[in-house]
Write a protein that binds this ligand. Structure first.
Ligand code: 5AD
Ligand code: SF4
Length: 476
């Protein structure tokens, strides 16, 4: 039977345009009572949460549909990280309202960070929404849905100190059957002054490592060949056995997941420079299947701005962490998040960001201009005093430099051979595969007979641009 295309979508730039598939299901048409349609916005964590939501909904006989017009329940899993993300959702809600008006009885729900941030006001002000559910309240969805079906509104934005959804087996909505996300922790205790996440996702808590390793093993048995361990700050993963009191650090967890099988690749995201230990780097160096790629957001290259951002490290500390990576895992690629135009940022500070980017030689960055978020430390303590034009100019300089660094990075890979995990057909052609090397670079190459997604191949790189490497399969 062909896979059923679900309509989980993500607006994360790196994933935009991908289709997502559900595993085969027997006689699905016989057992479906109701259908839900879900769109995910923002970070990978939201995408992973949508898979937990799909699992919880399947228990109350909701099945996903790719056709919003056929859905009894329309869900938006939302992001609040920047104002623009919230505007996108509001616009989308107004479009969805037309469907709701044309098909009375259709329920609309807001999940995730925006639900948490705006709470009751989403139900009251908008009148477009029936259901508002925060990131820690997804288990309550069946009860809330009953409430909505009975004509009431459903809201639960309770933030938990314990919820990790450890026992829930996510319904994999990933398209390729090769790569999957595993949430290892939730929330964040860091309080970076610009960031709304600690308010929308609550306190940091780590998931039972045994359930993480078992989820990775099951994925491997089902043909998956890559897992990405997800958390806002994976380096502060910490779990204590309730009986033995033995503690598990991220380094220990990473090693255990790597030991599931040598053919299961392991990635992780996001690392925080203040917490990234040499222990983790040594574990990476010891295991070929732990991908040699670290997303280590710097945010700014200026120590003064970093202090205002409450990042709790300075430029020197960050450089020291990069030097440790270069020494312990020399082939490791590093990417970053960068914010242009944070409060009080001078031209000099901005230049320090550019020089840090060049020094760190990022293979890739996610780049943003500062967007003040209500309730954050920065909104309360500082003035958003950099005008939009200056933010825009600085951001475009950062983007131009990153484009150049990525192109140079990729050009240096021409002539090298990489082990690549095949993920599927390339976007442009059915006669080509796409896959990633350990350093997370996308590689496109002509297909060869007998190969399928999930297989590893060696690819010789013949050419490159700033986004992709192009090559051909070689025997070794
Ligand atoms: N403005 C701009 N960028 C932000 N980020 C988080 N909060 C803001 C904000 N208020 C960026 C940071 C973070 C990434 C996920 O989003 O770079 O690492
Ligand atoms: Fe936000 Fe900082 Fe936590 Fe990342 S580490 S989620 S930027 S508070």
């Amino acid at each position: 039977m062909n896979p059923i295309v679900s309509d989980i979508k993500t607006i994360d730039e790196s994933r935009q345009g991908e289709a997502f598939y559900l595993p085969d299901t027997e006689d699905i048409n016989d057992i479906i009572l109701k259908r839900f349609y879900i769109e995910s916005y923002g970070c990978q964590m939201n995408f992973s949460d949508s898979e937990i939501v799909a699992s919880i909904l399947s228990e109350c006989r909701y099945k996903p549909t790719q056709d919003i017009e056929k859905a009894n329940l329309i869900l938006l899993n939302t992001c609040s990280i920047r104002e623009k993300a919230e505007e996108t959702i509001r616009k989308r809600l107004r479009t969805i309202d037309k469907i709701k008006i044309s098909r009375p009885g259709t329920m609309v729900g807001i999940l995730g960070c925006m639900a948490e941030r705006l709470k009751q006001s989403l139900l009251e002000d908008e009148k477009l929404v029936d259901l508002v559910v925060g990131p820690d309240a997804y288990r309550d969805l069946p009860r809330l849905l009953n409430q909505v079906e009975d004509g009431d509104k459903g809201i639960n934005v309770y933030l938990s100190r314990e919820e990790t959804y450890a026992d829930i087996s996510p319904v994999r909505l990933e398209s390729n059957g090769v790569t999957a996300f595993i949430s290892i922790m939730r929330g964040c205790d860091n309080m970076c002054s610009f960031c709304v996440v600690p308010f929308t996702r609550g306190r940091e808590r780590s998931r039972d490592p045994f359930t993480i390793v078992s989820e990775a093993s099951h994925l491997f048995e089902r043909g998956y060949r890559e897992v990405t361990l997800l958390g806002q700050n994976v380096d502060s993963y910490k779990w204590q056995h309730p009986e033995t009191h033995e503690t598990y650090s991220f380094a220990r967890l990473l090693e255990q997941v790597a030991n599931v099988h040598p053919d299961l690749r392991v990635r992780f995201s996001t690392s925080h420079p203040k917490d990234m230990t040499d222990d983790v780097l040594h574990v990476m160096a010891r295991h070929e299947n732990i991908c040699k790629y670290i997303h280590l957001p710097v945010q700014s290259g200026s120590s003064r701005v970093l202090s205002l951002m409450n990042r709790t490290y300075d430029r020197e500390w960050y450089k020291n962490r990069i030097e440790a990576i270069r020494q312990i895992v020399p082939e490791c690629a590093v990417s970053s998040d960068i914010i242009a135009g944070f409060c009080t940022e001078t031209d000099e500070d901005h230049k320090e960001t550019l020089s840090m980017m060049a020094w760190a030689d990022y293979c890739m960055s996610y780049m943003f201009s500062y967007s003040e978020r209500p309730g954050t430390l920065a909104a309360r303590k500082y003035t958003d005093d950099i005008d939009e034009d200056t933010k825009k100019t600085r951001l475009s300089e950062i983007i131009a430099l990153q484009r150049q660094l990525s192109a140079e990075h990729n050009a240096r890979d021409v002539g090298k051979t990489f082990k690549v995990l095949i993920e599927g057909d390339s976007r442009k052609s059915e006669s080509e595969f796409k896959g990633r090397n350990s350093q997370n670079k996308m590689i496109v190459f002509p297909k060869a007979p007998g190969l399928n997604p999930g297989n590893y191949v060696h690819v010789f790189i013949e050419s490159s641009n700033s986004a992709t490497l192009l090559g051909r399969i070689v025997t070794n």
